[in-house]
Structure formats: structure tokens, C-alpha cells
Ligand binder design. Structure first.
Ligand SMILES: [Zn+2]
Length: 277
């Protein structure tokens, strides 16, 4: 039994503001230890529950945040950027029985600690077939195309609520409670690690690969906070401007949908100026 962990940092224990998860800052140096504690707790729990193989895919910013030297020695870790499936890289080989979203957060436009979808700013909403989507929902739709169920989600309490929509069967662990986008009531790592480890162990029975969801056309829409960003996004073939600050495109499946979304966010971030956006 093989488990993949997609590890994002905004939803980690103790993380509540941008510098906490901005590589290179003193706050990040501290918080990456808390993040490593969450991820390692999930690793230990999955092995407790009977997994034979656990692969951690780093999914935050530079994708170089976790401290490998502090992880359980049975784990394998995929570190670094530029991967075909980004946050869920590794699922496409068809041998992953279950996936965990550790350190996840709610999407752009929603309540939640450090809520966003891919870009920290500029993007006010992402929609798939008319439904507002978080990174968790987007990635859950991608992994469903490979028959892999989401078995565990950790983050703030809002991220756990969000998961009940896209993966109702998954175990969830709230490591902090939302107060504002930059404030939360946090639990210490000793407490959150114990809760994550127990939930991961209990979720292993949910890790049963099913028939891959067949290709299904998806209508993707993105809303920005400025009109010129919508214009910038239309450089991507197939992406059309559908409103003053909105673009949309139709993808044959989620694999293509998420890859096009990546192209859109890359182009748009290059079109953002420091002060006027
Ligand atoms: Zn992140």
C-alpha cells in the first residue's frame, strides 16, 4: 500500500501570516520545523496503519521547506519545483492507493487563515463548473482521474470544513481555529502531531484505489482583482476574457485544466507590478 502526502505550508501548525511561510525569513526557519512535525506525524501514522510506502511531495512555494533529516527513515521525499502535476505530482503513475493533503488552506475569496488559490494576491476566485474551488478541491478532482481517494486533510478548521465538501470520506485534523486571514487560535505541535498521527493511522483503511474517473470536460473560470490581469491571461491559447476581471476556458479533463491554470497564474504573476498590482 502506497500513500502520497501533498504537503503545503499555510495550513501547518502555528502558521498564521505571510512571513511564517515565506522562504528565507527567520519566521519561516522556525515554522518549517512545525510544518515538518505535522508531515512527519502523518508519515508515522500511515506506517502505524499498515502502509508499505509513503512518498511526501513538497507543495509549497519553492517546494524546499521540509527538513528531511527530521523525518522518519522509511519515508521518501520529492523536493523541488517544476513538476507536471505540481502539488499532486506522483499520483499519475497509477500506484498510489490514497493521498493526504497536509497543511492545506481554503481558497481565494473564502474565509480561512492565509486563504488563497495558488497566488497569494491578485486572484479573487477560481471556479470549476461554476463551483468556487480551493486548491484542495482542484487537486481532489485531479487525483480522482487516477482513481486515488483523498484519505486525510489537515489545516485550519475552515480547511477541514472545505474538505467535507470535496472529500467527505476523508479524516480531518484542525491544527488551528480561524480568527482572521492572519490570526488563529493555535494548538502546540505536541498536541497536533498526536492528533495527525492517530487520524493518519485510522485513514489507511480508506486508501483503496478505485476505477479512474473517466475524462470529463471542465469549464474553468478565474476572477482577478484588476482588469489588466484578465487581459494578460488571454495570452494562453484557449483562454478567453468573459468579464471585466474574468477569464474562462474549457478543458477536456482536470489534468489539462490544472495545467492551463498553472500557465494562467504564471503569466498573471509576471504582469503584477509591486505597488499598483
Ligand atoms: Zn502554499
Amino acid at each position: 500500500m502506497k500513500i502520497l502526502i501533498s504537503a503545503d505550508m499555510e495550513g501547518a501548525t502555528g502558521v498564521t501570516w505571510p512571513a511564517d511561510c515565506l522562504p528565507g525569513t527567520p519566521q519561516w526557519e522556525r515554522c518549517r520545523r512545525l510544518f515538518t512535525s505535522d508531515v512527519n506525524a502523518a508519515v508515522l501514522g500511515f506506517f502505524d496503519g499498515g502502509a508499505d510506502e509513503v512518498l511526501v511531495n513538497e507543495a509549497h512555494m519553492t517546494m524546499r521547506n521540509l527538513l528531511l533529516e527530521e523525518m522518519d527513515d522509511r519515508v521518501a521525499m520529492l523536493t523541488g519545483r517544476h513538476k507536471a502535476l505540481s502539488m499532486v505530482e506522483g499520483v499519475q503513475h497509477g500506484d498510489v492507493d490514497g493521498i493526504a493533503f497536509v497543511g492545506y488552506h481554503t481558497g481565494a475569496g473564502d474565509e480561512g487563515v492565509l486563504a488563497h488559490t495558488y497566488l497569494g494576491n491578485s486572484l479573487t476566485g477560481v471556479f470549476v463548473d461554476g463551483v468556487r474551488a480551493s486548491e484542495g478541491l482542484l487537486n481532489a478532482l485531479v487525483v480522482a482521474e487516477y482513481g486515488t481517494p483523498v484519505v486525510l486533510v489537515t489545516g485550519d478548521d475552515r480547511a477541514c470544513e472545505d474538505a467535507s465538501g470535496y472529500a467527505p470520506q476523508a479524516r480531518t485534523v484542525a491544527v488551528k481555529d480561524y480568527v482572521s486571514r492572519y490570526a488563529a487560535v493555535c494548538r502546540p505541535p505536541a498536541a497536533t502531531a498526536a492528533a495527525i498521527r492517530a487520524a493518519a493511522a485510522g485513514s489507511v483503511t480508506l486508501a483503496v484505489r478505485h476505477a479512474p474517473a473517466g475524462p470529463r470536460e471542465r469549464r474553468m473560470e478565474v476572477e482577478f482583482d484588476a482588469e489588466h490581469l484578465a487581459g494578460a491571461a488571454t495570452v494562453v491559447p484557449g483562454v478567453e476574457q468573459t468579464g471585466e476581471r474574468r477569464v474562462a476556458w474549457t478543458a477536456p479533463d482536470m489534468y489539462e485544466g490544472i495545467r492551463c491554470f498553472k500557465a494562467v497564474t504564471t503569466l498573471v504573476s509576471a504582469a503584477v507590478e509591486e505597488w499598483y498590482g
